[in-house]
Design a protein around this ligand. Structure first.
Ligand code: S3P
Length: 190
């Protein structure tokens, strides 16, 4: 039952939504969690690219504002589907900038904030490492975003799981599944 007394759709209790900064491993971990739970995995960035083309191209032609409008539309649609049918969903790192997305996330029982130290995510996706993230080109700006986003992830997450360098995917999946069932404590720090 939700706070206003209406019955919850099955998916809002069974689906898992992964949030967190660029490079924390949402896609890799999300796929593994979905496999473990036997449900489909949906990566919102892939849906955006399928429908609107490569993300760097969207930033180049429509700017970040144009990208965020497309992202919000896609994420709200994917979350609505995940509210009806169990899914594991990975959100792009900036999706939580949208108040509508944050509001939609309040309906889900499992919003996992995947974390990793700044040095690890910069090494994974920062300038030179990968060319597919328009906001990962400048280290100082990347650091600022990393720090600014913490409060937003904190606000939407129901638990937090660490995925810094040195952790393997199976252990991270164990932490997430444990946190979902309440049988284990998710790690508190990156
Ligand atoms: C972004 C994160 C990216 C992608 C876009 C913008 C962000 O997704 O949506 O480049 O603003 O943090 P990942 O978090 O999957 O890298």
């Amino acid at each position: 039952m939700s706070a206003d007394g209406t019955p919850c759709a099955a998916g809002t209790q069974a689906s898992v939504v992964l949030v967190g900064f660029m490079g924390v491993g949402k896609s890799r971990v999300g796929k593994a969690v979905a496999r473990r739970r036997g449900v489909p995995f949906v990566d919102c960035d892939h849906v955006i690219e399928h429908e609107a083309g490569p993300i760097p191209g969207i930033f180049a032609s429509a700017g970040e504002v144009g990208f965020r409008a497309i992202e919000q539309e896609v994420v709200l649609r994917v979350l609505a589907e995940a509210g009806e049918q169990p899914r594991v969903v990975a959100l792009g790192g900036g999706a939580v900038l949208s108040g509508d997305v944050r509001e939609a996330l309040t309906r889900f029982a499992h919003v996992v904030w995947l974390t990793a130290p700044l040095e690890d995510v910069w090494r994974r996706v920062g300038s030179g490492a990968r060319a597919d993230r328009p906001l990962a080109g400048d280290e100082a700006a990347f650091r600022r975003l990393f720090e600014e986003r913490v409060a937003l992830y904190e606000r939407v997450a129901t638990c937090r799981v660490a995925n810094g360098d040195g952790r393997n995917v199976a252990d991270v999946v164990d932490d997430i599944v444990g946190a979902l069932t309440g049988s284990a404590q998710a790690e508190g720090a990156a």
